[in-house]
Structure formats: C-alpha cells, structure tokens
Design a binder for this molecule. Sequence first.
Ligand code: IVH
Length: 667
Amino acid sequence: MDIKQRIESLRALLNEHNHKYYVENSPEISDQDFDALMHELEALEREHPEYDDPLSPTHRVGSDLSSLSGFEQVEHIYPMLSLANTYSIDDVDAWVTRVETALAGQKATMVGELKFDGTGISLIYEHGRLVRAVTRGDGTVGDVVTENVKTIRSIPLQLKGEGYPDFFEIRGEILMPWKSFERLNAERAFNEEPLFANPRNAAAGTLKLLNPREVARRGLDARLYYLLGENLPYDNHYDNMKAARSWGFKVSDAMTLLDSVEAVDRYISHWDQARRELPVATDGLVFKINSLRQQLNLGFTAKSPRWAVAYKFKAERAATPLRFVSFDVGRMGIITPVANLEPVLLSGTVVKRASLHNEDIMRSLDICEGDTLYVEKGGEIIPKIVGVDLEKRPADAKPVQFVTHCPACGTPLVRVEGEAAWVCPNRWGCPPQLTGRVEHFVGRRMMDIDGIGEETSEVLFATGLVRDIADIYELTRDKLMGLERFGEKSADRIMDGIEASKSVPFERVLYALSIPFVGETTARRIARTVRSIDTLMAMSREELEAIEDVGPKVAESIISYFAAPQNKEVVERLRRAGVQLESAEADAAVSDKLAGKSIVISGVFAKHSRDEYKKMIEANGGKNVGSISKKTDYVLAGENMGPAKREKAEKLGIPLITEDDFLRMIE
Ligand code: IVH
C-alpha cells in the first residue's frame, strides 16, 4: 500500500474507534492498540508533511496556541434563539393546546429531549468535514472556536455513513461531565483558584480558553439536538436527528417520539428522577413539534420558536436566615466570604454554610445583615445562595461589608489587578496561611505525612514548633511528646511519616510547596521537564513559558516565589533535611506489565496501602479505576471487600486477585 493510502486508512480507523469509544461508549480495541495506531499515524505524518490534514485525528490533542490573542467573530447563518420556558406539566399541556389550535386542529407529534445544561454551539460541515464551530455569542454573532472544539472527541471531524447534505449546520451543547467538573474544581481548590460554580460555567469558560491543549485536557463532551440546512434527508426532526446519529454525532438516547399529552406527562415524571443518574448536567426537558412542515407553519416569535418549549426542572430551594458572613483565609492568602446560615435541610443534607466566593459575587447578591437567603443545591452538590427574600428584609438593614483587613492577622488586604480575589499579603506572618501551607504540605497527595491534620498543625503552630514547612524536619520524638495529648504512639507515627516523606518524588514535593497556580498536574509537568529545583530556580520567564502547561501567570508566580528570601531559605532547609529536590530516573514507569489493564482496588490489604497499590498499577502501565464494569480486567481484592462489589464482579465474570497474585504479576 502506498503511504498516502496507509495514512488515509489509519485516519479512518482511528475515527471509527474514536467514535466507538466517545460516542457509543463501547470501545472495541484496547487503549494500547489505539495508541499504537495513533503513533504510527503521527510518525507517517511527520515524515510526510505533504499529506497533513488539519482534521487528522492526530490534531485532537490541540496545539498550544497560548499566543492567540482572541477569537474571530462571525455572523450566524440562522440566528441562535432561545426557548420559551415552562415550569409545570400544566404549562406544557397549555402549550400543546396552543400549538394544535394554531395548526387548525391538526394533531402534532412531539419529540421529547433532555435540556442539556452547557453552552450552545453551532457546527458547520462541508462535504462531511467540520469546517467551523461557533459559540452562541449574542445569538447573531458568535466566536469561532473551531480549534478548541476539534479537541472534543465526541465531535466528529469527518462524518461517516451516507446521506448527509453537502453543506449543513448542526447545533448542540458543549458540556463538562460531572466527573471532569469535579476533577477540575478539585484541582482549582488545591491551587486556590476560584472554583466554577457549575458545569455550565466550566464548559463555557473552557471553550473560550486560548489554549486548545488545555481545553483537550479538561475533558469536555457534547450532545447535538438540532439540524439546519436546505437539503435535510427527512421531513421531520426525529428522523433527521437519527440520521445525524448515523453520521457519527452524539445524539442523546433520551430523544423520544411522544404522541399524546399523557406521554408527555410520563416523560416528565420519568426524567425528573432519572436525570440524577446522568453523567452530565441537565436543567430540564425540551419538547419539539416533530414535523418540519408544522414547524414552518408555527414559525418564530422574536426570541424563540413557537414549535418548541423548555420545561425547567425545579431546583430544590429553601429560605433560611443569615446568621453572619465570615471570611476564610486560605493558604495562599485568598479571602473567601462565607454565609453562615440557620441550619436548613436541603436535598437530604443539612446546610449551614455556603460560599459567597468573592466580593463581586457577594455584592451582586446584595446581602444585608438580618436577611433571609434562598439556598439551592446547585447541580445537587454544593449549596449555593441564589438570592434574598426581600419581603423579610428588616427595615433599616445595612449591606454586609467586605472586610478591608485580614480577619486573622489584621493586615490591610490587597486586590490583584484583573482578579476578583482580595488577598492578605502577610504570607509569612498570617496564622491560617502558615498552618494551611503546613496542612497542604503533609497531605496525602503531597508529602503524605500521617498524623498531622488541621488540629495538630494548629497546635504545632501555637507552641511555636512549626511555623513553616521546613520546621517539620526539625521535629523530634521528644519535642512531640512534650505536647499535650501526645503519646508515644502518635509521636512515632509522625516521626515515621516524616522519615518516609524524604523519599517522596520531586514532582510531589514541588506541588507540596504551595506555589500559587502550581497545581498537581502543572507540578508534575514541570518536574518531569525541568528535573531539579536548582534548574527551576534559575529559569527565566521565557524558559518557563516554554514548558507545556506553563503560561505567563504560572511563570510569573514561580519567579516571584523563588525571589522571596524566605522561600529560598525554606528550600535550603528542605535540602539539608534530605527531601527530594531532583527527579530520580526511577520516577518514570517501571514496566508495562499491566499495559491496557483496568484494575479496581477493593478492601484493605496487609502488605501495602491502597495508595501504594494504586501507584504500582500506574507504574506498571495499568489504570486504577473506581468502579467495576464490564471493562474491568481485575479486581484487586483485600479483606472486607463489600458483598455488593463481590457479587457484581462475579456476575460480570471479572477475576478477583489477591495481593499476592498481584505482586507476582508485576514481579
Ligand atoms: S433546541 C431554536 N434542544 O437551551 C431553538 N436547545 O434555553 C433551538 N438546549 O439555546 C434549541 N438542550 O443552548 C434545544 N435538547 C435541546 C436543548 C437545547 C439544551 C439549550 C440551547 C438553547 C437553550 C434555550
């Protein structure tokens, strides 16, 4: 076969397997086999740049365009409208009646769909190839975000099957699945970056990043729900969307034909509950008239089609009095206002506190002392203040003021230009910052020093034993045992943990230092590229920015961190204590004995901790996954494995292996 043909067949094969994995959720080949094909294609494309194609699956990882200054704007071919909202079954029934009246008594079949809670996208395809992706913008003009959208693997770059028009538009929603959202926010919490309030904001924010590689990393997904164009294959929405599915688009399985008001009611009752199990956020349902002819007859109002309506799910909401607003100080000095509430039950949990995030958000809610606040479980997870019950506002109520001085140390706060956060600049004297950094340093994913939690780090600080992270290495058994409530056992545990932490690899040490904006992933990337703290400390801004994942903000933060004499001194003391400040060669993968294997860890073990087993799986090329599915290869089973898990593994025929079996496998 000639090279060009091989390149084309590899692309087709990779597109097909990509579709199986990301759209159908049923992979047919292992990740390893997929990677092997990808590597072959990458190599051929490198050797033969004349055959490059911007839509080749090799470009899904996204280029690093951080130098891009903005997005081009274009006018939508058809304006992107919104939908009229309804809030009850009665509202929906009234809409059906209105539609049938407008259609002079004709019966109308409807299509029920989920209302996906992400950010709208318009995709243009020409001759089966994605040519442009545009955000909703103001409905008339949007931003061209094609490079970012190309990294979303559930969006086909090249269509399959047949019957698609030469030119058409398809619309849908870009989503951040709950899993990606939680991972992203956990990362941001560690870095003390502002959290995204919900997956919708996270998806919209991500789509507008100027760095496609970062977009690729964040794990976006998509659902498509509206086909537009001159030569659509069918005269009704449902069949057109099914055709779109056959061309490779991710069209939700929840899409159903509904031919009566009763069927609509059943659909609503079903999804009101079932939506809680979905991997992505939804905020309601959408009902559309199926026939395109009837759609045409019904037409549009200025804002929305008459042939469709949204039904919004009720978010669980409660009203409760505000006790006071407190101000938390994080380990990077960021001040977070928190509403302390009269406890109230919401979606099964008692809510007492809710973050108000920052001054701007607090102000926009217009909260006064003595107010009664509405709390919602935003996306069923984090309680969120959504407003004030103005009727209950006391007559002479005063707005809650944001503090001007640090509530912990009294230092005047500063606001960094371009950021929403107020910061206490007293990095080396403000108690919660000092103890917060110690707590972070000893945490499980950092130095993993057992026995020092929040309380202990406060005691160690109060007694003057530990003010910075290097002081930890000057602790002794005797010093610890001199503390109240400290026995031999707890002192030994801490001393053992400190000793063991001296072999924690450099990448985790770097993360443990609490350099602003250097999270777990960034620290790993830097450590693997730079390999020693001395090299890192000597690097210029330009050299830093050349590292993958490091933009101007991170580079600036690293430079100012190491410019501070206090930090330099801490690093020197850590070096003397024997902490790893260089990457050892052995940090890399040990073997590929478990390559392509998905392994679930369950129960407790005698020889190593669960975390150690996790590391061993990864070091040997395997993947540690959380729950058992038909894709699991083994369950590493310890004592006290739950009966439900055992039953599931047996039912799916997944082998249970003991820790000895496992250790033999990687020997
Ligand atoms: S149809 C002309 N279907 O909701 C109307 N929209 O509030 C075309 N949305 O702008 C939209 N899921 O971003 C449609 N199944 C669905 C949807 C959906 C979510 C979004 C879309 C739209 C907004 C209107």
